[in-house]
Design a protein around this ligand. Structure first.
Ligand code: PAF
Length: 280
């Protein structure tokens, strides 16, 4: 596996390899959720590139940018063992040579202020910008993102369509712990007690999915019930929302696929999760 720290080294490595190229953008500290993305890319593409870059642009003031776990050596060993051909691990100056404050920024206004965007102002502009840059740097045929970050996946698909980007944006199903908690690097912020409570996030979404499967259509009432179940379990709830799965607009009872999404804080950790409803 080639480890490239510069765009020049990445492109030189790609020039020596064959397509199709699959890109798996990550912020490192890899777990089985990331490895599922890598496996999907390696299964479908001749050359697999994984990137590790903790992107300062997508962290707000007071968020965990400084503390975000950085485990490059362990991550590199995992990626090599899972068939990655090139690990692209640039520094901040390589990605933002004009400085973070002066970089051109990509925004997807219909999506960036909703749901997680309402609680994390600027976050999705940072995500859209870095993903656009990584797509330009690696020029992959396909890029792989986890469905756990459903809003991020919808935003990246929308950006790619709006800006005529050519890479296929591939969503990979969420990988869960045995009790159902979605895997996330931030789960390690949970204490043992919080970890036992954390599974309630997934269970609350399952309750909503079952209610909808049973015919419930008062989505506002279901969201209220979900919020109060989470608050009772000890979470500080950012949102529980039933939305159109593709646009994240309010559901209109028109048969389109729906998704229930939630974000809530437990101690130091902010957890997110989502599930498909109805026709999915
Ligand atoms: O999902 C992530 O890990 C990040 O948001 C991403 C897509 C790698 C962009 O920094």
């Amino acid at each position: 596996m080639l480890i490239a720290h510069t765009i020049r080294a990445l492109r030189a490595g790609l020039a020596e390899r064959q397509g199709p190229v699959g890109l798996v953008p990550t912020m490192g500290n890899l777990h089985d959720g990331h490895l599922a993305l890598v496996t999907a890319a390696a299964d479908a593409c001749r050359t697999t590139v994984a990137s590790i870059f903790v992107n300062p642009l997508q962290f707000g003031a007071g968020e965990d940018f400084e503390d975000y776990p950085r485990t490059l050596d362990a991550d590199a060993a995992l990626l090599e063992g899972h068939g990655v051909d090139i690990l692209f691990a640039p520094g901040v100056e390589e990605v933002y040579p004009d400085g973070r404050a002066d970089t051109a920024v990509i925004s997807v206004p219909a999506l960036s202020g909703l749901l997680c965007g309402a609680n994390r102002p600027g976050h999705f502009d940072g995500v859209a910008t870095v993903v656009a840059k990584l797509l330009n740097m690696a020029r992959p045929d396909r890029a792989y993102f986890g469905e756990k970050d459903w809003q991020q996946l919808v935003l990246i698909r929308t950006m790619a369509r709006a800006l005529d980007m050519t890479a296929d944006i591939v969503g990979v199903p969420t990988v869960r712990a045995a009790d159902g908690l979605a895997l996330s690097s931030r789960n390690q912020y949970l204490s043992e007690d919080e970890r036992r409570v954390a599974v309630q996030l997934h269970r609350t979404l399952i309750d909503i999915r079952e209610a909808v499967a049973g015919g419930a259509r008062d989505f506002g009432a279901l969201e209220d019930q979900g919020r109060s179940a989470l608050a009772t379990a000890g979470f500080k709830v950012d949102y529980v929302a039933v939305r159109d799965a593709e646009t994240l607009t309010e559901p209109r009872n028109d048969g389109r696929a729906l998704r229930v999404l939630a974000a809530a804080r437990l101690g130091r950790a902010r957890l997110i999760d989502n599930l498909g409803l109805l026709s999915e």
